[in-house]
Design a protein around this ligand. Structure first.
Ligand SMILES: [Zn+2]
Length: 238
């Protein structure tokens, strides 16, 4: 039979309660650290960054095309000016006709290029809007993520502080136990819950009911005796 005075029994119960609080706090801390919300925000931010890269690339392509068309247009216009000068200096009717045909074809090419340029300028407006929108989404997500991270950091700090406090209390309680009881506690805690109380005839550690005869016997033990649960072997503090 394990013998323990009422103060030692209280310390056993306190150690056990604090161990439970430590386990709960550690679980809560782990949940704070692997925040689903933060993970989701990180994924969205990654997607938004990719969108922004894509829309930048699209806009740059359109700008390049516009540049190419401008160069083509300049060439066609220079050619028209050149042909106009030639037309004024040619008297031969056949050459005159050839030049005006070329000018007509150049005019049509110019008009096509101007249409294409106009379409590209409209596409450039759309692409610029897309860049602005992607930028705004990215900024918003970044801000949300920062806010969540700051919140997480604050919660983790508070939780860690309370964990340290509970651990310190647990250390004190355990230190005040007699060495023999410390060894018993450690052995039982390594297998499950070390200390239980009775809830009616139920053991608070294993939640199983202790049969009436055994329960009577446990209750009839002297106050400084520490009975154990016949089901889970936890120390029963009455
Ligand atoms: Zn039990």
């Amino acid at each position: 039979m394990i013998i323990a005075g009422s103060k030692q029994q209280e310390l056993l119960l306190e150690t056990s309660k604090l161990d439970l609080a430590i386990a709960r706090t550690e679980t809560a801390l782990a949940e704070i650290e692997k925040s689903e919300r933060i993970e989701a925000l990180r994924r969205s931010l990654l997607a938004a960054s990719q969108d922004l890269l894509d829309s930048h690339a699209k806009r740059e392509n359109i700008q390049l095309e516009i540049k190419k068309i401008s160069t083509d247009l300049e060439m066609v216009e220079a050619r028209i000016v050149h042909d106009d000068v030639r037309a004024n200096n040619v008297t031969n009717e056949r050459e005159q006709k050839a030049i005006s045909q070329e000018i007509a074809s150049l005019q049509s090419r110019k008009s096509n290029l101007e249409d294409a340029e106009l379409e590209l300028l409209e596409a450039l407006d759309v692409a610029t809007e897309a860049v602005e929108e992607s930028t705004a989404v990215r900024v918003r997500l970044n801000l949300e993520l920062e806010t969540e991270l700051a919140k997480q950091h604050g919660e983790a700090l508070t939780m860690n502080a309370s964990l340290s406090e509970i651990k310190a209390k647990r250390g004190e309680a355990f230190k005040a136990l007699e060495p023999e009881l410390q060894a018993i506690y450690d052995r039982k805690a390594s297998r499950g819950t070390a200390v239980a109380q009775t809830l009616g005839r139920d053991c608070s550690a294993c939640r199983l009911s202790i049969n009436a005869v055994q329960f009577e016997a446990i209750m009839a033990e002297p106050a400084d005796h520490l009975p154990t649960c016949p089901n889970c072997d936890a120390l029963i503090i009455r």
